[in-house]
Design a protein around this ligand. Structure first.
Ligand code: NAD
Length: 501
């Protein structure tokens, strides 16, 4: 096989993938869109976007920057497929979803290897996310077999009941931090509830979606039910969400993009928007904790996936009475357990590396800052985008307490009272997630129910049960997804009133 004809799916192990990428004759993979069941080479009106391996800085893929015409082609394919797909039985759709789950599971290592190469995450972390992508399909494949609906009788014996039907063609747009997991969190319920879709992964991490296209083909999903278009926010994403035949948008990404999507669809009252946006999540550590466990949970919440999880706790607030005991343990724990190149991956891209570096430079230039761990990384990295975990104390007015940095950077701040802890936690435009570390049972509820966050984890982090609502408050988004909440996203309800014959 010549290098040009080799595809990522021909290289299912880390050794095979890495030795292929090292060959002098290596040429970047050219990703193709999945439209109406076929993988199509980019048309001549599309330019392309270079995709890099964050661990080496090497370009390894070329992503088509799909034009509005290509997006239109994909939306029309989804629209054509919609009536037949919406009319299939839940049990048939369930079988397709099961086949997709099995298809990913059978290629677990292939997906994990390329997700790790594309995003910079460790292979171990990638495997966890691939398993969760499988769970997304499995969960919704069974959910649709056991749906309930409301029926009531009026006092004049008129039967009233809710009838749901799929909304139509959806635009599904995802970010770069957990590429396959977040994309399938949208695709699985969308297909399960009878909608068809055009999905667009982040242009920074598109390879796992490209692999997924082959799983859809193998599962013999009817043509057009799911289409994958690659490209940037502009033109591809923007053309997709504004397309008049798209009935709804499920978007995960940054708050600024969420605002733009809202502006771009403001005149289309009937277009449904589910927006899962950014976060700047607090971790509250109370004096009654078991210190070793609290340190481990706060560290995982801060540094898993290099801090590139929207749910990461990047603001840690510690009760002053345990500050002197917590701080050195936390620093030592992170130094030992979050080692760059071993259990901390590279950050996703050079622009993102520069963004994180800029925040660390701002912190370093402020005399009020203390670096307990980490330092400002070099301006131009030699090989790969590696950043050591940083633990800092900063002034109360620092932008490091306000802005989402989305990297391996965490601030530590003391507090005195429970009330102050809640105020500090809620002093943010965001409201996505939070971690509450305490052994006081009454405090768990007293504080937990006052934190402005869609998700509150007590003595835990990143626990997910897929039927529970997922989403944020304030600038972290609108809408919730998961179980029946996803059903609300992808179906429309009419209430029927039927008098006795
Ligand atoms: P981003 O907003 O830059 O991009 C997200 C996606 O939107 C990409 O696919 C991008 O191409 C697309 N896009 C960009 N502009 C668009 C436009 N005008 N119209 C339509 N699509 C457009 O975000 P990112 O940098 O890829 O991801 C990081 C952000 O995602 C962080 O803020 C993080 O907190 C957030 N995030 C949120 C969640 C959540 O569940 N709330 C989960 C993961 C990541």
């Amino acid at each position: 096989m010549s290098s040009a004809s080799i595809e990522p799916w021909d290289l299912p192990t880390l050794d095979a993938a890495e030795s292929h990428l090292r060959q002098s004759a290596f040429r970047p993979f050219h990703l193709r869109n999945l439209i109406n069941g076929d993988l199509l080479a980019a048309s001549s009106d599309c330019d392309s976007i270079a995709s890099f391996n964050p661990k080496t800085g090497q370009q390894f893929a070329s992503v088509p920057n799909s034009s509005p015409d290509v997006v239109d082609q994909a939306v029309r394919a989804a629209e054509q497929a919609f009536p037949a797909w919406a009319a299939t039985s839940p049990s048939l759709r369930s079988q397709y979803l099961q086949r997709i789950a099995a298809g990913i599971e059978a290629r677990r290592e292939l997906f994990a290897v390329w997700e790790s190469i594309d995003q910079g995450k460790t292979l171990a972390r990638a495997r966890v996310e691939i398993d969760r992508a499988v769970s997304n399909f499995r969960y919704f494949s069974t959910y649709i077999l056991h749906q309930e609906t409301h029926a009531r009788w009026t006092d004049t014996n008129i039967l009233t009941y809710e009838h749901r039907s799929p909304k139509g063609v959806f635009a599904l747009i995802s970010p770069w931090n957990m590429p396959l997991y977040l994309l399938t969190w949208k695709i699985a319920p969308c297909l399960a509830f009878g909608c068809t879709a055009v999905a667009k992964p982040s242009e920074v991490t598109s390879v796992s979606a490209y692999l997924l296209a082959t799983v859809f083909q193998e599962a013999e999903l009817p043509a057009g039910v799911i289409n994958l278009v690659f490209g940037g926010g502009n033109p591809t994403g923007s053309a997709l969400i504004r397309h008049p035949r798209v009935k709804g948008v499920s978007f995960t990404g940054g708050t600024a993009t969420g605002r733009q999507i809202r502006r771009d669809t403001v005149d289309e009252i009937g277009k449904y928007l589910s927006l899962e946006l950014g976060g700047k999540n607090p971790t509250l550590v109370f004096e009654d904790v078991d210190l070793e466990k609290a340190v481990a949970t706060a560290a995982a919440a801060a540094f898993e996936n290099q801090g590139e999880i929207c749910l990461c706790g990047s603001r840690v607030y510690v009760q002053r009475s345990i500050w002197d005991a917590f701080l050195p343990r936390f620093v030592q724990y992170v130094r030992t357990n979050y080692v760059v190149g071993k259990n901390v991956g590279a950050v996703v891209s050079l622009p993102h590396y520069r963004k994180i570096r800029q925040y660390l430079t701002i912190a370093a230039d402020d005399p009020a800052t203390v670096f307990h761990l980490g330092s400002v990384p070099v301006e131009t990295p030699e090989s790969g985008y590696w950043i050591e975990p940083s633990i800092l104390t900063v002034s109360d007015s620092s932008c490091l307490l306000k802005d989402e940095i989305f990297g391996p950077v965490v601030t530590l701040t003391p507090f005195d009272t429970e009330r102050e802890a809640i105020e500090k936690a809620n002093d943010s435009e965001y409201g996505l997630a939070s971690v509450l570390l305490t052994n006081d049972g009454s405090r768990m509820r007293r504080v937990g129910e006052k934190i402005d966050a869609g998700l509150v984890w007590v003595n835990s982090w990143l626990v997910r049960e897929l039927g529970t609502p997922f989403g944020g408050m304030k600038a972290s988004g609108t809408g919730r997804e998961g179980g029946e909440y996803s059903r609300d996203v992808f179906t429309t309800v009419r209430t029927l009133h039927i008098p006795q014959a």
